[in-house]
Write a protein that binds this ligand. Structure first.
Ligand SMILES: [Zn+2]
Length: 256
């Protein structure tokens, strides 16, 4: 047990000089925690035991370029890349649906009937039912049923009870019955209340020390980029992986 602690302490202390400052701060806390557990005196930011006199004028050797263990940060980075790639498909789909259903007053019927999962109707993300048409011969009929009966190019219709097409913070699609300014019982209002509550109750599960690990990894992985670029990418990764995520909607793109 204490051998494990000692080994871990030695590793941290060996790697310490080559770490960026932000990683050193996190490591120093861990080093002193381990030392306390081992009954050893604490050290300061230059790894000198607190209360111990500084060595007299030794010529300063350049710190060894330690090989840092990036396995944890690399795994986060790979999961981030995978998530971004998967999301891109859903984001492109959301843009397509939003563009196809856009209209002035009336809404194009074909996308309502055919742009949902597997080429079926777009469904409300709250109640799961299709969108219903208003007016004319198809009054009160779901868009897919109306379209199956009477597929007309360029057909636009009023929507019974309203339709809200929304792009979430992660760029994915949501479809709801209702009007943005309508009553609280409408699907869109109930959904936005649920979203607000979920967001307020959200607690990030980011393990402590993750920003420093990521920054150290990105610095070694992309030596041609600037420190500012490393920090910006680390922030993006943390945002995608650990901030509130509304997930995907019920309508999914058809795989090509
Ligand atoms: Zn609904």
């Amino acid at each position: 047990m204490s051998d494990d602690l000692r080994r871990r302490l030695r590793l941290l202390e060996d790697e310490y000089p080559a770490q960026p400052v932000v990683a050193q701060q996190a490591d120093l806390r861990e080093i002193n925690r381990l030392r306390a557990e081992l009954g050893m005196p604490a050290v300061d930011a230059r790894l000198r035991e607190v209360g111990t006199a500084a060595p007299v004028a030794e010529p300063a050797a350049p710190p060894p370029k330690a090989v840092r263990d990036h396995s944890a940060a690399r795994a986060i980075y790979q999961a981030y890349r995978k998530k971004v790639e998967e999301l891109a498909v859903h984001q492109a789909y959301a843009e397509q649906v939003a563009a196809a259903t856009a209209g002035h007053g009336r809404t194009p019927v074909r996308p309502l009937a055919t742009m949902g999962t597997g080429g079926g109707p777009l469904r409300c993300d709250l109640c799961g039912k299709p969108i219903v048409l208003e007016g004319g011969a198809s009054h009160g009929v779901a868009a897919d049923a109306a379209w199956a009966r009477d597929p007309r190019d360029g057909w636009e219709s009023w929507i019974l009870g309203g339709l809200v097409v929304e792009i979430q913070t992660n760029g994915t699609l949501r479809i709801y019955h209702g009007y943005p300014a309508g009553g609280a019982r409408q699907c869109c209002q109930r959904a936005s209340k649920a979203h607000r509550e979920a967001r307020a109750a959200f607690v990030s599960r980011m393990p402590p020390g993750t920003p420093a690990l990521l920054l150290a990894f990105l610095t070694d992985e992309f030596p041609d980029r600037t420190g500012r670029e490393h920090r910006a990418l680390a922030d993006t990764i943390i945002d995608v992986m650990y901030s509130y995520d509304p997930g995907l909607g019920v309508n999914r793109p058809t795989p090509t």
